[in-house]
Ligand binder design. Structure first.
Ligand SMILES: *[C@@H]1O[C@H](CO)[C@@H](O)[C@H](O)[C@H]1NC(C)=O
Ligand SMILES: *[C@@H]1O[C@H](CO)[C@@H](O)[C@H](O)[C@H]1NC(C)=O
Ligand SMILES: *[C@@H]1O[C@H](CO)[C@@H](O)[C@H](O)[C@H]1NC(C)=O
Ligand SMILES: *[C@@H]1O[C@H](CO)[C@@H](O)[C@H](O)[C@H]1NC(C)=O
Ligand SMILES: *[C@@H]1O[C@H](CO)[C@@H](O)[C@H](O)[C@H]1NC(C)=O
Length: 404
């Protein structure tokens, strides 16, 4: 029997940024506190996974939600036994000598709660669902643990009627993602009897919107030979900026209303690989400390990027080989059947646009500075990273090669 394990993520960002926080007490990535317990492991896992994906997709856009993937796999580990269980948790970057399984799941429980709390400005939903064929019954321990730590919602599904089952799942995901992810399962006509879904919906709202009237069509230089036209949003304001001296790139950090923060990283021409190779917790930490408020004339494409992946092979390359092998032991989920993971589907969508808080008026911060603003045009391949700066977890990681 097959378990397609699906993590779906949707990220929807409206608008512009600019919360100029002079001194953000939350930027210390390495500070240990209960709400940041899992951050070091999750961020390391995020970058490792990202590098594997980037390497497997030369020249292509890449977009994932690492925290969603970590959470789904940790939840799956509750149904795994023996080596499979150890391998899953170690593959996620946990040292089981240092961190007990209970601590790991408690950490994800806190994360789910913190990320699930929506305030008035940041819309975010993060949750887990399991679609289970009527012929199967979950083991009590799996039901109890997944409910306790992950608030897993279990829905009975008739997988004999695949059309009906996919309709049910699609409807559910559509509801949970506020209509942003539709028809996730259109092409998944497999012999599944159990589907595990983790979804994230995040609607980031720029504290200060971009003015749509400033959005113009501009060139985006995909590579030496290809140029495409993209709508480019722009704004001139005071934001966190850095021309890195250690790595060949410049970056800006824009905050969303609430806890979301975005790094847009613009590698020098041809230096994308160098910059991606250097992404790490230390690099983020260094950048957070070095960014300074500058008067920047910022141009960022108004784009929608999505990524859909079957992560099975890549997770196998990263050491979670039981996901791909027949020896996997998922006997902790049900008694009836020998389960096998057939798919680890992940989908993430990013929309970048001008909109800000409904109530917010585009603020025209005029800057009294002697110098001209620094022009920063994201008109060639760039990296985008979205963090929750309260938990320092990586909500999204992307590489934009061609926005069209
Ligand atoms: C796990 O942690 C223990 C105790 O801190 C340490 O001795 C061991 O080397 C670590 N294992 C790995 C693989 O890092
Ligand atoms: C989705 O939401 C609508 C309206 O809120 C509701 O009628 C419908 O039953 C929901 N569907 C699912 C699958 O939850
Ligand atoms: C779906 O069904 C078609 C036709 O039966 C088959 O060719 C295709 O491989 C199936 N796709 C999946 C994902 O199982
Ligand atoms: C440049 O990008 C275009 C469009 O994506 C692609 O077709 C072409 O192969 C690329 N050329 C090089 C040299 O990478
Ligand atoms: C950040 O998240 C924490 C935990 O959910 C919340 O208490 C706090 O109000 C959030 N901060 C902002 C600025 O929304």
């Amino acid at each position: 029997m097959l378990i397609p394990l699906c993590t779906y993520f949707l990220w929807l960002s409206t608008s512009d940024l600019w919360t100029v926080q002079a001194k953000d007490p939350h930027t210390d990535v390495s500070t240990r506190s209960p709400h940041r317990d899992l951050a070091p492991n999750n961020v390391d896992f995020a970058f490792t996974l990202y590098r594997h994906l980037v390497a497997s997709a030369p020249g292509k856009n890449v977009f994932i939600s690492p925290v969603s993937i970590s959470m789904a796999l940790a939840m799956l580990s509750l149904g795994a036994r023996g080596l499979t269980r150890v391998q899953l948790l170690q593959g996620l970057g946990f040292n089981l000598t240092k961190t007990s399984e209970a601590e790991i799941h408690q950490g994800f429980q806190r994360l789910r709660r913190l990320h699930g709390q929506s305030d008035t400005t940041l819309e975010m939903a993060l949750g887990n669902a399991l679609f289970l064929d009527r012929s199967l019954e979950l083991l009590d321990s799996f039901s109890a643990d997944t409910k306790h730590y992950y608030e897993l919602e279990v829905l009975a599904t008739d997988f004999e009627d695949w059309a009906g089952a996919s309709r049910q799942i699609n409807e559910y995901i559509k509801n949970k993602t506020h209509g942003k992810i539709v028809n996730l399962f259109s092409e998944l006509n497999s012999s599944a009897t159990l589907i595990l879904v983790n979804y994230i919906f995040f609607k980031g709202t720029w504290a200060h919107p971009f003015d749509p009237e400033n959005t113009r069509e501009e060139n985006f230089y995909v590579n030496e030979s290809a140029v495409v036209k993209v709508p480019m949003m722009s704004q001139s304001s005071a934001i966190k900026y850095l021309k890195d001296r250690a790595l060949p790139c410049q970056l800006v950090q824009l905050d969303y209303a609430g806890n979301g923060t975005v790094f847009f990283i613009l590698p020098d021409e041809g230096k994308m690989d160098t910059v991606i190779a250097a992404l790490s917790r230390d690099t983020i930490q260094r950048w957070s400390e070095s960014l300074t408020i500058s008067h920047v004339d910022l141009h960022i494409p108004k784009v929608s990027i999505s990524g859909a992946y079957d992560l099975k092979a890549i997770l196998g390359d990263m050491g979670i080989t039981d996901l791909v092998s027949n020896g996997a032991d998922f006997s902790g989920i049900t008694q009836e059947a020998r389960l096998k993971v057939s798919k680890v589907v992940h989908k993430a969508v990013l929309q970048l646009d001008e909109k800000g808080l409904k109530a917010a008026v585009p603020s025209r911060v005029t800057f009294k500075v002697a110098s001209e603003p620094l022009a920063v045009h994201f008109n060639r391949p760039f990296v985008v990273m979205i963090f929750n700066h309260f938990t320092w977890n990586s909500l999204f990681l992307g590489r934009v090669m061609n926005p069209t």
